[in-house]
Structure formats: structure tokens, C-alpha cells
Design a protein around this ligand. Structure first.
Ligand SMILES: [Zn+2]
Length: 464
């Protein structure tokens, strides 16, 4: 059916989580092209028009994975053997990075993004710092790896914000001098932030930061370890030029705070504030080890905080002050970061469960607040404020969670969102629609054989 040249599709959700009304029964949803045209709850099954698709279970808006490093997926399991620290894990991660080339990175990222689609993720924020060939040599197109990631997202059917990351130094030496990049890190660096900005402009984004119908430009400061304060301004300038989101790793490790205090006499949060890097367009990732004063600065500037609880647990980082940050004014979003697992429902519940373990109290975050972090707040921090809600005018993304699985059978409609957030997993997601198009049906990706492609892509990277 065509209306004004745009395909019209209709769905009937047995239950859907709507922004204004919570979970509602019998929701008739209509899309024209890539956007929702109308959303009508409380429609009786006998009153339905013909030609619609029924969605049994609980239907959510698209989930946003606001922090990803696609190639870290290769380390799943392999990095769990033995003990070690964040810093020994980082050495293993560098070994994988050293082996990636444009074709192998495209194959891996396509499979990883398709795994995300199976988990209900409709948009990924790719924090991209592996820019160059071995030793830092430029590819013929210096943006070849970034373009591989954009293509991978297109093939997997989801949207991407390519957070092109400035990474200039290997750390802070005692006394504050930046350490030069070495080894695999040479692939991350552009020399200085002016040359980083030239390469990012060459990606060819339009004035609104769009890199294609499914892709938009974002920028990132890897961390205060990797970008000296005097080099931060060009990154902020590119963010302003395109209205592009600005992301930065912040205080994931106590060692980062200690090095920053020794070098600059302030915390990483204070340093970013001093150079004008915080604000509503900025997202800090982790914020695990922040002071009370840092929390006030982040919240007061309306900086989003992206929490990555499974990675923070996996790397023994710690548990950040999620409730304090949200109360201070920071929107919260979620990311699977190192992809120890890819399951936004687990990331969401761990925010509340971590808070319970620390505070000895339940109920700091409702299921609705956690669902907003996974949906509308995540999309907003990636520069897609038009996504993440089932509402007229929004991008037509639908994620349907089956309620007849072993984990969720017996869920009542009154507490279906609580059941899904606190007990659901990625394996319970049955269908995914992105921009009005089917990407996952009956738990299967329509274009990618995800297990086969993951195995084929990861084996050579681990030397097996
Ligand atoms: Zn990260």
C-alpha cells in the first residue's frame, strides 16, 4: 500500500510501553515510511483493520547501545581465563586490534551489529579509535575503517553514530607530560588534534552531521589520558560545527584520577569542565570514580552519563554513583562497551541492582526509568532525539519481547515492564523493526547468520 509514495505498515501490539501512558493493551501502531504516523491504545481485537502484523508479548521502542567498541567482541570468553587487571586486559585487546584490517573489521562489525539487532538494539554509538594501519600508516582513504563500520551497520540493518575518537597520547607520565603512543596505539593516533579534525571533516558529513540515511557523525575525546587539555578544543569545535554529540571516557579507573591530579591538579571531570567540554551535547562514559563535587558539575551541566555495568563489573572497575548523578541532573544512558555480553536489559537492571548492593535500599530506579535510559535517553545522547519512543512522528522502531519464554512466562500485564527489565534477556526478544523495516523476525536476523558470521570473523583474530 502506498500513500504519498510512502509505504504504510500497521502492527497490533498485545502490550506496548508508551511514553505517556506506561504499558497499554491493544495498541494499534501505524507507520508511513520510516516514521510512526499514529499510535492508538485500547483497541479491541475485533475492531482491527485487515493487513496488520500482530505483535504478541510486550513491545518496546528501539534500544540504543550508547557505547560500543565493536572489535572487543572478539575477546569474549578468551579474556575470562586467569586473573589480571584492566591494564592486562587492555594488552589482550591491543593484540586483537593489531590484527584488524578493513575487510576483517567489516566482517566482524557486521556480525557484532547483527548480534545487537537480535538483542533489540536499533542504534549503536561506536566509539571508534582504530583509525590507521600498522605503525600508524594511512590507508589510501584515511577514513577507511570508519567507513567499514558505517557499512557494517547498514548491512546489519541498524543506525549508527560514528563517534570518531581523538587519541593522541599513551598516558600521562609523572609530572604531567603526555607519553608518546607506542606499539598498537600508533594505529589510533592522528598526530595532533588539528590533523584529527581534518580527517573527520573528510568523512563528508552534511551540515547536520549526517553521513547517510542511517549514520550520523559524533566525536569523542578518548580520555584525559589520551588527549592533553591543550588539544581538546578542536574536538569541541567539530562537535559545534556539525551539532554532533561529544563523548569521552571518564574516571573508569582510579589510576586515571591519580595521574590527572598529579599532572594537572584537578580531577578529570574538573579538567573537562575547565576546557568547556561538558554540557547537554556531551556524554561521559563510566563516571565510576567521581567525587561529590564532580557529580554536581556533571549534573549541573546536564552532561549525560553512559553507564556500562556489565563491562564495569567484568573489568573490576567498580560501581558508579548512578542515583546521585541522576538526581544531580545527568540523564543516564547505557552501553555494552566491551561486549562481555550484549544485552541492554541486563545493563538496565544492573544499574538498579548495583545501587541496591551499595545503598542497602531497593527502588532507586523504577523499571520505567531504566527503560528510558535504554531507549529515549540513549538515542538522545547519540544525536537521534527523534527515536526511542513509540509516538507519532518518531522513527518507527519496535522491539517485541516474548512473554511466553521460560524466563517471562506468567508475567502479568500490570507488571510486564518490571518482568522484562528485571528478568528478561536478549534471548527473549522475538522481533525487531527499525525505521519501519523488519530486521529480526521470530528471533532470527533476516540478513545475517549471526552465530556463523561471528565464529568466522573471530577465529582468525584469536589465532585459532
Ligand atoms: Zn569504552
Amino acid at each position: 500500500m502506498q500513500v504519498s509514495g510512502e509505504a504504510v505498515r500497521r502492527w497490533y501490539a498485545d502490550l506496548a510501553w508508551l511514553p505517556a501512558g506506561g504499558v497499554r493493551p491493544g495498541v494499534l501502531i501505524e507507520a508511513a515510511g520510516e516514521r510512526f504516523a499514529s499510535v492508538t491504545p485500547d483497541v479491541r481485537p475485533g475492531d482491527l483493520p485487515p493487513g496488520l502484523v500482530r505483535l504478541p508479548g510486550l513491545t518496546l521502542p528501539g534500544l540504543a547501545n550508547a557505547h560500543s567498541h565493536a572489535f572487543h567482541r572478539a575477546l569474549r570468553g578468551a579474556a575470562q581465563a586467569g586473573q589480571g587487571t584492566f591494564w592486562t586486559w587492555r594488552e589482550r585487546m591491543y593484540d586483537v586490534a593489531a590484527r584488524l584490517e578493513p575487510d576483517s573489521y567489516l566482517a566482524l562489525a557486521r556480525a557484532v551489529y547483527a548480534e545487537m539487532a537480535l538483542a533489540g538494539i536499533t542504534c549503536v554509538g561506536e566509539f571508534h579509535y582504530l583509525h590507521h594501519a600498522a605503525g600508524g600508516a594511512r590507508y589510501t582513504d584515511p577514513n577507511q575503517l570508519g567507513r567499514s563500520l558505517i557499512e557494517a551497520a547498514a548491512q546489519a540493518g541498524l543506525r549508527i553514530t560514528l563517534l570518531d575518537t581523538c587519541y593522541l597520547s599513551g598516558g600521562l607520565a609523572t609530572g604531567g607530560a603526555p607519553e608518546p603512543l607506542a606499539g598498537t596505539q600508533l594505529r589510533f593516533g592522528d598526530g595532533d588534534s588539528g590533523r584529527w579534525a581534518e580527517r573527520v571533516h573528510a568523512l563528508g558529513a552534511d551540515p547536520h552531521g549526517m553521513l547517510g540515511p542511517h549514520a550520523r557523525l559524533g566525536v569523542a575525546i578518548h580520555s584525559v589520558r589520551a588527549v592533553p587539555p591543550g588539544s581538546i578544543h578542536p574536538v569541541i569545535a567539530v562537535s559545534h560545527a556539525y551539532g554532533a554529540p561529544l563523548h569521552v571516557h571518564l574516571s573508569e579507573q582510579i589510576a586515571e584520577n591519580q595521574a590527572c591530579l598529579a599532572a594537572h591538579g584537578v580531577t578529570p571531570t574538573q579538567l573537562l569542565d575547565r576546557v568547556g567540554a561538558l554540557g547537554p551535547r556531551t556524554t561521559v562514559v563510566h563516571a565510576t570514580h567521581v567525587t561529590g563535587a564532580d557529580v554536581d558539575v556533571l549534573g549541573g551541566s546536564r552532561t549525560t552519563v553512559c553507564l556500562c555495568p556489565t563491562t564495569e563489573a567484568d573489568l573490576a572497575d567498580g560501581i558508579g554513583p548512578a542515583r546521585a548523578l541522576a538526581s544531580a541532573g545527568s540523564p543516564l544512558s547505557l552501553g555494552s562497551d566491551s561486549h562481555a555480553v550484549i544485552d541492554l536489559l541486563e545493563e538496565a537492571r544492573r544499574v538498579e541492582l548495583g545501587e541496591r548492593l551499595i545503598s542497602g535500599q531497593r527502588g532507586s530506579f523504577s523499571a520505567g526509568a531504566l527503560a528510558r535510559a535504554a531507549t529515549v535517553a540513549g538515542h538522545a545522547c547519540l544525536g537521534w532525539p527523534e527515536a526511542g519512543e513509540i509516538a507519532p512522528g518518531a522513527l518507527a522502531d519496535l522491539v517485541t519481547v516474548a512473554l511466553d519464554t521460560p524466563r517471562l512466562a506468567g508475567a502479568s500485564s500490570a507488571t510486564a515492564l518490571e518482568s522484562v527489565i528485571f528478568a528478561g534477556t536478549a534471548a527473549d526478544i522475538r522481533s525487531v523493526v527499525i525505521s519501519g523495516r523488519d530486521v529480526v523476525r521470530e528471533g532470527q536476523h533476516l540478513r545475517v547468520d549471526v552465530p556463523a558470521e561471528l565464529a568466522a570473523a573471530i577465529g582468525p583474530l584469536l589465532g585459532s
